[in-house]
Design a protein around this ligand. Structure first.
Ligand code: ZN
Length: 435
């Protein structure tokens, strides 16, 4: 993952651009992928697909020709989707178009004006503070032209059409952690799933430009939306912070229950938070009205309840300091393993239907756990057993008992081997109806 990160991070991956297309084409060499194209100007629900944007030159000079900053050296020096502009401007006018980072005085910020139509350059606060001339020369040669927004989709066919969606955004010029790390983790999860046994659900792994890409995908695949049963957005997964799981807009969904219970115990220092309390991203489009896919998100965003959260989502966010230097292969692998475990929990989660009545004669069925040796295991066994009633899923039981998903799954799998329970996609209450 780190090799691909080093290869792709510096590309100017704008929403619709040659840099973005090159990155997506490279990913398609690693895993079998369908690339959907949506032409510029296409209405997608209440949005419209933007034009392709290219930057030929962008720099700032003193009037005697000393170059102060140059986008040829770093793509962040020009505002993404900046209008072209050439001329001599006063320092006051320049400063209205020259952006700096709010927290990092030595970093160039990532600034975008996709829909505002303005020109702009970016530099460090330190450089800006050194600008004392009355006038400067600005050169911004950019082009807007018809192109196509591109979405990469890897499909891992399951036994059924009902699907789980993994997604990450591939845009952002010269940014490593946000969100190329999410893309690379998603790609690795896809490869692992393709190599493994066929899942029950179809798994769709999507890479697109932020926001407009999810809207474009969903609006062009409306027939699929009713089949989407859950999802996980992957973002910012390589930086030095614990894993964080953000719930969906429907926190009681089976998608939430399976992922939240599976997350328990995966990352000892990890934390879980409600929808929109950790980080906002493309999961919003999936959770939105008319779509309502319970999509959670996993990140390494700094815990908002800790003092370091003044650096939220992480210190180098949206700046020239977001480079492969803040990412490690080890953290990417831990994120990949966690994402895989969450997908597998979602995929195996079903209603547990008791084929027994009364409490099972555990020792007679070889499943008894000696309370003198393992009191907790003994208690869990019986607490899980009494919840196997056709009305609860594995995830429901795990949430009620505050146990990790796998702890419950392992026990009910043992019951299933002894034909004490069966699994069902729908509730099958076994209590007699009364009254
Ligand atoms: Zn971002």
């Amino acid at each position: 993952m780190v090799d691909l990160l080093n290869e792709l991070w510096f590309l100017p991956r704008e929403l619709v651009s040659d840099g973005y297309d090159a990155a997506l084409a490279r990913l398609a060499e690693v895993a079998p992928m369908t690339i959907h194209e949506v032409p510029s100007g296409t209405p997608v629900w209440t949005w419209k697909v933007p034009e392709k944007w290219s930057m030929d030159a962008a720099y700032l000079e003193t009037l005697d020709g000393k170059r102060l900053l140059d986008a040829a050296e770093h793509p962040l020096h020009v505002v993404s989707y900046s209008l072209p502009f050439e001329g001599v401007v006063s320092r006051a006018e320049l400063f209205q178009h020259l952006h700096t980072h709010p927290r990092l005085p030595d970093a160039v910020p990532f600034v975008f004006k996709y829909y505002q139509r303005d020109w702009g350059l970016c530099c460090s606060q330190e450089l800006k503070d050194s600008l004392t001339d009355e006038q400067y020369r600005v050169v911004i040669q950019t082009r807007f032209e018809p192109g196509a927004l591109k979405i990469g989709e890897i499909v891992i066919s399951g036994e059924r059409e009902e699907c789980f969606v993994l997604a990450a955004h591939l845009c952002h010029p010269a940014q490593a952690n946000d969100d190329l790390t999410g893309v690379l983790v998603g790609l690795d999860v896809a490869r692992a799933l393709l190599a493994g046994p066929k899942p029950r659900h179809t798994i769709r792994v999507l890479f697109f430009p932020e926001t407009i890409g999810s809207v474009a995908y969903l609006s062009r695949q409306e027939d699929l939306i009713p089949h989407m049963r859950g999802g996980l957005f992957l973002e910012m997964l390589g930086n030095d912070a614990p894993l964080a799981l953000q719930q969906s807009f429907q926190p009681h969904s089976q998608s939430d229950r399976a992922l939240v219970s599976a997350f328990r115990g995966l990352a000892p220092d990890g934390y879980v938070g409600p929808y929109r309390t950790i980080i906002d991203n493309d999961e919003r489009q999936f959770n939105a009205p008319g779509v309502r896919v319970p999509m959670l998100s996993m990140s390494r965003v700094v815990n908002p309840h800790l003092p370091e959260s003044r650096f939220a989502p992480y210190p180098e966010y949206h700046s020239s300091h977001d480079t492969p230097a803040i990412v490690t292969q080890e953290r990417l692998e831990a994120a990949r393993d966690a994402a895989l475990a969450l997908v597998q929990a979602f995929d195996s989660n079903r209603y547990v239907v008791n084929q027994f009545k009364g409490e099972v004669f555990a020792s007679g069925h070889g499943i008894w756990i000696d309370y003198r040796v393992n009191p907790e295991g003994h208690r869990n066994l019986f607490q899980i057993m009494e919840r196997c009633d056709g009305e609860r899923t594995v995830a429901d039981i795990a949430m009620e008992l505050e146990l990790p998903y796998t702890a419950v799954f392992d026990i009910v799998s043992q019951f299933a081997e002894k034909a004490l329970v069966t699994f069902s996609d729908r509730p099958q209450p076994t209590a007699p109806r009364r009254g």
